[in-house]
Write a protein that binds this ligand. Structure first.
Ligand code: NAG
Length: 356
């Protein structure tokens, strides 16, 4: 195999280089007591199963490569990034969903997930598919704190709350399910104003969980939204090409999120916020899948790969691909487990390890 490294591809080279040494991958034990998750389908591990929404994934073919081939409500064929982060911090290999009745406080001591597929920073986003709004995720977190103090005692609970790592990932739905779908939102805001509104909500959210005791917080950026298979399929400007307008918005939003991270670190004593940006690494995988042992990038594994997500994946189950590891995307909106793992390793090595 020969690899030509062009001047402009230095980043790609380092990213590839990092992936060449999986055996040296560092798993830490003991320093992080728990991971606590807020966000959307990029990190939901099953909270939507029990709520009245059409946006679910607790049926086949979802989860077919998960432990036991079990659908869990994760929007992938296997684990999602927060599951890998939990493992890399030396904790469990999966993060239990707070609303899943098969888990109890005993399971939530080392990790708990409040994320809900389809949600976003803006309240309106959660209304589109009737999922859990961010303020309600925070309400559940407050309830969790009370139960945690009862379960492990105040001292241990405070340690879990202040030394736990908070993984926050959302924003894509605010743009794709809200701003670009609802004329009412577009009538109120320019895209820059809307980005600023979301950043303002993210700031308030961090201030709130900080006031509740959170100190180690990862804010995720948004992916190259224009390259999601669904957005390529419906890109009327150039069918099956990435929608560059959406990618530009993603980069602009991520830059503002990065600035917010710097601001929060200056303003709030004792806080440690990091910016976990999936944009460049996901784009790299999409543009050069062969470097990562994959070959299908513009369409997903489930169904025809062009439009299916959620219940549509069941209907088109017979057409699902045979080997999801060859695909960057599992459904038209969400990465495969393989992509999730590559991105999680990269983000852990470059950013999240700083919490250790
Ligand atoms: C979202 O809705 C909740 C509940 O109605 C409200 O308390 C909160 O202020 C709203 N958030 C924003 C940013 O408008």
């Amino acid at each position: 195999m020969s690899i030509t490294i062009h001047h402009g591809h230095l980043y790609s080279f380092f990213f590839y280089f990092l992936l060449l040494q999986p055996q040296q991958f560092f798993v830490a034990a003991g320093t992080i007591p728990a991971v606590i998750v807020f966000g959307d389908s990029s990190v939901d591990t099953g909270n939507n199963n029990g709520i009245q929404t059409l946006l679910k994934s607790n049926f086949e073919p979802y989860g077919r490569d998960f432990d036991g081939g079990r659908p869990t409500g994760r929007f992938s064929n296997g684990r999602v990034p927060v599951d890998f982060f939990s493992e890399y911090f030396g904790l469990k290999k999966t993060v239990p969903a707070y609303l899943d009745p098969s888990f109890s406080m005993e399971d939530f001591v080392t990790g708990v997930n409040f994320a809900s597929a389809g949600t976003g920073y803006d309240n309106t986003t959660s209304q589109v598919l009737n999922v859990i709004p961010l303020w309600k995720e925070v309400d559940y977190y407050k309830e969790y704190q009370v139960k945690l103090r009862e379960f492990v005692g105040a001292e241990k609970a405070n340690e879990i709350i202040s030394k736990g790592v908070y993984l926050v990932s959302m924003g894509t739905n605010d743009f794709l399910e809200n701003y670009y779908l609802l004329p009412t939102t577009r009538a109120c805001y320019t895209i820059q104003e809307f980005e600023d509104k979301l950043i303002g909500i993210a700031k308030q959210f961090v201030e709130e969980i900080y006031s509740l005791g959170a100190r180690k917080i990862s804010l995720a950026g948004v992916p190259p939204m224009g390259c999601l298979p669904l957005e390529r399929t419906i890109n009327f400007m150039a069918t099956l090409e990435c929608n560059e307008d959406y990618n530009n918005v993603a980069r602009e939003f991520n830059a503002k999120m990065h600035d917010l991270v710097k601001l929060l670190n200056k303003q709030l004593p004792g806080i440690h916020v990091v910016f976990s940006n999936p944009y460049n690494s996901l784009l790299q995988i999409i543009k050069r899948p062969s470097l990562f042992g994959m070959d299908v990038t513009y369409r997903a594994c489930c169904g025809t790969g062009l439009v299916e997500m959620g219940y549509l994946c069941v209907l088109d189950n017979p057409w699902a691909c045979l080997d999801a590891n060859k695909y960057v995307f599992w459904d038209s909106f969400h990465p495969t487990e393989k992509t999730n793992q590559i991105m999680a390793q990269h983000l852990f090595k470059t950013v999240l390890h700083r919490f250790l």
